[in-house]
Design a protein around this ligand. Structure first.
Ligand SMILES: *Cc1c(COP(=O)(O)O)cnc(C)c1O
Length: 384
């Protein structure tokens, strides 16, 4: 039976009742190896780093969600990033989004730079900056949209076109959107990457990474790296992510509804400076967001009119429902302070030049009742 709606795919794609028992839920195949009838005579499974039925079901499900042929799971999002860059060789160059996840920036600049891969960080919300950085050594373009924490939107279609003209592989880190909000393959991405730790699992109880690909050759090269380098997830984690995915669409709907109301509330508050949320008509990339995203998500950043560290810290100590923590995309609301948390390693002048003010606060709006969330923000803003 054919079905194209993500609401159905999350429950059914790649998932069959267990043939030996009829169990409707994919079993947790907690095994390291598989018995062979004779050497080489096996059922498609030899060793659990290479193949695991629970992981296979998850990989097929994720591929369907991204409308691509193949999914590959990794023990963490960073394991997935690592495998992508290992497609490259010394002398190759990568053009990456400048407003990037800190862990990706760190692996690029500390681990792979010393192995002879060169990285250029550009503001991709203007695709001309990508064209300007292209040269004959460009082998990969690394896009993250919406960006973190300023929630700029990058036009995937334009950037992918520029990358492909140069013969580069185009990767999109789709963590902030989840497959519910956008499918970058439809705009030309070759590899779609996720930290499944965030919206895909959605319950703040697993770390995992994902790569989805459509090209057979690229899939083979990445599957080789997955097995050879070995950052594969265990079956229990795969089971938990499969379970989390079953409600992805319902969670995302509520994240988006609550996100919109929180953004609108903040925009009218006298103590709030700027609100960064791509759903506002006056957001500089609103039209691109409307074109490539289904809705605008639950991530919001904002500044205080009194742009100093102290009022922001007072606010962060005062929220009760919004928990102060790194990460995002779980059912519960989180709040973070880029200047002292995720982006603290960037020198202050550089940070301010990148537009990350001292009072910038990032919210991952959860699925609680909207009135309770706004009451929490309102009380905390009163103290700031
Ligand atoms: C969290 C995150 C990662 C890294 O994933 P882990 O699962 O923490 O290893 C990569 N990209 C983005 C955008 C993230 O938010």
């Amino acid at each position: 039976m054919k079905y194209n709606h993500i609401e159905t795919k999350v429950l059914h794609a790649g998932i069959e009742p267990d043939p030996s028992t009829g169990a409707i839920m994919t079993p947790i195949f907690q095994t390291s190896t598989y018995v062979q009838a004779a050497p080489g005579d096996h059922k498609g499974y030899e060793y659990a780093r290479t193949q695991n039925p629970t992981r296979n079901a998850l990989q097929q499900n994720l591929a369907a969600l991204e409308q691509m042929k193949y999914g590959l799971c990794f023990s963490t999002g960073m394991g997935a990033v690592d495998a992508c860059i290992k497609l490259l060789s010394p002398g190759d160059e990568v053009i990456a989004t400048n407003d990037l996840y800190g862990g990706s920036y760190r692996i690029f600049t500390t681990v792979f730079a010393k192995m002879g891969i060169k990285f250029h960080f550009v503001d991709m919300s203007n695709p001309d900056n990508v064209s300007a950085a292209i040269n004959s050594q460009t082998k990969m373009v690394w896009v993250e949209t919406p960006t973190n924490p300023l929630l700029k939107i990058i036009d995937i279609e334009s950037v992918a076109k520029i990358g492909h003209q140069a013969g580069a592989i185009v990767v999109v880190d789709n963590t902030f959107s989840s497959p519910y909000l956008q499918n970058p393959f439809k705009q030309g991405a070759d590899i779609v990457m996720h930290s499944a730790t965030k919206y895909i699992n959605g319950h703040s109880d697993v770390v995992m990474g994902v790569l989805c690909v459509n090209d057979d050759d690229l899939h083979q090269r990445l599957a080789f790296l997955q097995n050879t380098c070995g950052a594969t997830p265990g079956p229990m984690d795969c089971f938990l992510v499969l379970r989390g995915i079953k409600t992805l669409h319902i969670r995302m709907e509520r994240h988006c509804q609550n996100g919109k109301k929180v953004a609108e509330y903040l925009a009218q508050h006298p103590k709030v400076g700027e609100v960064y949320w791509p759903g506002f008509e006056n957001h500089p990339n609103h039209e691109v967001a409307k074109k490539q995203m289904r809705d605008f998500g639950g991530m919001i950043s904002f500044t205080l009119k009194n742009d100093a560290i102290e009022p922001a810290l007072t606010f962060l100590k005062s929220t009760k429902l919004f928990s102060l923590a790194e990460s995002l995309g779980g059912v519960e609301s989180l709040v973070g302070h880029p200047a002292t948390m995720t982006h603290a390693s960037i020198p202050k002048e550089q940070r301010i030049a990148n537009g990350l003010k001292d009072s910038l606060i990032r919210l991952s709006v959860g699925i609680e009742h909207i009135d309770d969330l706004i009451a929490d923000l309102d009380a905390a803003l009163a103290t700031a």
